[in-house]
Design a protein around this ligand. Structure first.
Ligand code: UD1
Length: 369
């Protein structure tokens, strides 16, 4: 009899993590793989376009939860996901990353005695003001199988007393997806559609509450953009857009020169823009791994990161909203001394889904969970 595995996605960065798992699960007729979309992200350019580009089948269930405060969103996801679990009785629930959908689904599943696998487990920023940090810690406590993307994650889980036999270092699934789409990314040359030439522009993505949710933080962030080598291309996240509109900061950003605001980009389009850029300034998590893969300098607009390997072996540098640090790193870039990624980075995205799904299949076949 087929086993049912349910993978839960909710927000933009989740879709790229489930795509390689879905492909791998589809190789095994004894597994019925279903996708549940919580609806945490709902705009077509934040969700549907990713399903299309990544070749993900339409979700089997859509919970339609939408945006809201953390408690409200998490609670709504739990209420709706519990109904799905009761209905289909999955043998395993797979959650990915660190968003509210991740913790909500993990908690529901475990309370129903359904084993949980967490992909991208063990990452820690040690900054509990980030909602994602709480989601990571709690999801890892609850999960039966923990799939870790980099060695620091194994150490973190050991330090938290998680049994080592539940922890599996498999590599960075975002980089596996990137590798799969590399031919499409490399042939797109998306910069041309913005009239830019390769290696000549800065790319920006900013959306974290700590950078955009107060007028002061957002103003400081926008001020930093004026330091970046021009032209600057900025695909604006809906959260950032809403705050800029609310506080009348659009004029400020347009006034500070060649900062060009464009809509959020689909996956392949964004990675093409990243590959062709001179540098990226970002507060995203996974952009750190993607920039390191392409050896593009990545100035992180944060004080900490849960992905230390991309600081140590990749091209990431923590600069926060500190203009001195930004100037210092830009100086290195101008004189050609900015650090390069080590060969380790290119290896982190190999066979991640295969290793993950193999371990899940063992568990479904009666192995330890
Ligand atoms: C979530 C994740 C965060 C992730 C981010 C990626 C949590 C705790 N946080 O943040 O880790 O980096 O997604 O984007 O789960 N909006 C739309 N349409 C959409 C999506 C969002 O208009 O499709 C607007 C809404 O005004 C919403 C705001 O953007 O209130 C929030 O967006 P975002 O920061 O992406 O979502 P979070 O769920 O807060």
């Amino acid at each position: 009899m087929a086993s049912t595995v349910v993978s839960v996605v909710g927000a933009r960065p989740n879709f790229m993590k489930v795509a390689p798992l879905d492909r791998e699960f589809s190789r095994f007729p004894e597994i019925r793989h279903l996708i549940v979309h919580t609806g945490q992200h709902y705009n077509p350019e934040m969700s549907a376009v990713f399903f299309e580009q990544l070749g993900l089948p339409d979700p089997n269930y859509h919970l339609g939860v939408g945006s809201g405060r953390h408690g409200e969103m998490t609670g709504k996801i739990m209420i709706e996901f519990e109904k799905v679990c009761v209905d289909i009785q999955p043998d395993m629930v797979v959650v990915v990353g660190d968003v509210n959908s991740t913790i909500a689904a993990a908690l529901v599943a475990r309370k129903l005695l359904i084993p949980v696998a967490h992909v991208e487990a063990g990452l820690r920023s040690f900054d509990e003001t980030m909602p994602e940090e709480l989601n990571r810690r709690l999801t890892d406590c609850l999960s039966n199988l923990l799939f870790v993307s980099e060695p620091a994650g194994v150490t973190n889980l050991r330090n938290e007393g998680i049994a080592p036999d539940r922890v599996h270092l498999v590599g960075d699934i975002m980089l596996e997806t990137l590798r799969t789409f590399l031919p499409a990314i490399e042939s797109l040359e998306k910069w041309e559609s913005f009239g830019l030439s390769k290696g000549s522009y800065s790319l920006v993505t900013i959306h974290r509450p700590s950078n955009v949710d107060t007028p002061q933080a957002l103003t400081e962030t926008i001020d930093i953009l004026s330091l970046l080598p021009k032209p600057v291309l900025f695909p604006v996240h809906p959260r950032t857009q809403a705050r800029m509109n609310e506080w009348g900061l659009m004029d400020k950003i347009l006034a500070n020169g060649t900062c060009r605001l464009v809509s959020p980009q689909p996956y392949v389009d964004f990675l093409s823009l990243l590959q062709g850029s001179r540098l990226i300034f970002s507060d995203s998590g996974s952009v750190q791994s993607e920039a390191s893969f392409f050896d593009v300098p990545c100035l992180i607009c944060r004080e900490n990161t849960e992905r230390p390997i991309y600081l140590e072996e990749g091209t990431s540098e923590l600069v926060g909203r500190n203009s001195e640090k930004v100037r210092e790193e830009l100086g290195k870039l101008a004189e050609g001394s900015y650090k390069k990624s080590t060969p380790t980075i290119r290896e982190l995205g190999r066979d991640v889904a295969r290793k993950t799904v193999n371990r899940i299949r063992d568990a479904l076949a009666g192995g330890p969970v």
